[in-house]
Design a protein around this ligand. Sequence first.
Ligand code: FMN
Length: 223
Amino acid sequence: MNVSTAIDTRMSCRAFLATPVPRATIVQILEQAKRAPSGGNLQPWLVHALAGQALTDFVALVRDKLRSQPLGEGTEYPVYPPNLHEPYRSRRFKCGEDLYATIRIAREDKRARLQQFAHNYEFFGAPVALFFSIDRRMGIDQWADLGMFMQNIMLLAREHGLHTCAQEAWAVWHKTVAQALSIPADHMLFCGMALGYRDETAPINTLRTERAPLEEFAVLRGF
Ligand SMILES: Cc1cc2nc3c(=O)[nH]c(=O)nc-3n(C[C@H](O)[C@H](O)[C@H](O)COP(=O)(O)O)c2cc1C
């Protein structure tokens, strides 16, 4: 698989098979992903990976908490800017509408939408969960580095026939995640990521999100 195919075939997978992913595969992906660039080569990422019983126990812990705290614990950082403006607002709206349309959930069916959203907290059935955190003293540039590391993982996953879904949904469970995984206190949780084999029969996985045309995000001069 070349980079173009990995990029073209990566999508946010929201239904996985239970098929386990060998530890060696995860180690290989992480070993390669660490070649991501970072300003000053700080490599400001920390990743925790869960599988097997550790993952089952963690999901059960969160499931229990969700009963009394359906909205989680609150976030340490704003997942979106307040009063999201255009064109971002419309893009976010469309992405949500298209997602729920794949599983025939109507706009007004808030309960069904929440139920679907709650699958985030089971990693959509994925056999591997990753959590990404970063030293609190780091700035926006190092957060960008962390994003590049995560993208490497998502693309390398494709090379192994695997799919992923980045999950900022976990930001509302940062205390529980930090405690359960012993994430150092000086680190802030950015997000989780589900990783595994895509369920090819799941309607939700048919979503292919749109992208703005080149003219909207690129300015080319002197060519
Ligand atoms: C940092 C980050 C966090 C995300 N968090 C979630 C999430 O919590 N739940 C979810 O279902 N999708 C999540 N997504 C997936 C985005 O909705 C998705 O990337 C976007 O709609 C584009 O679709 P695509 O990934 O299928 O190309 C996240 C993506 C990123 C990059």
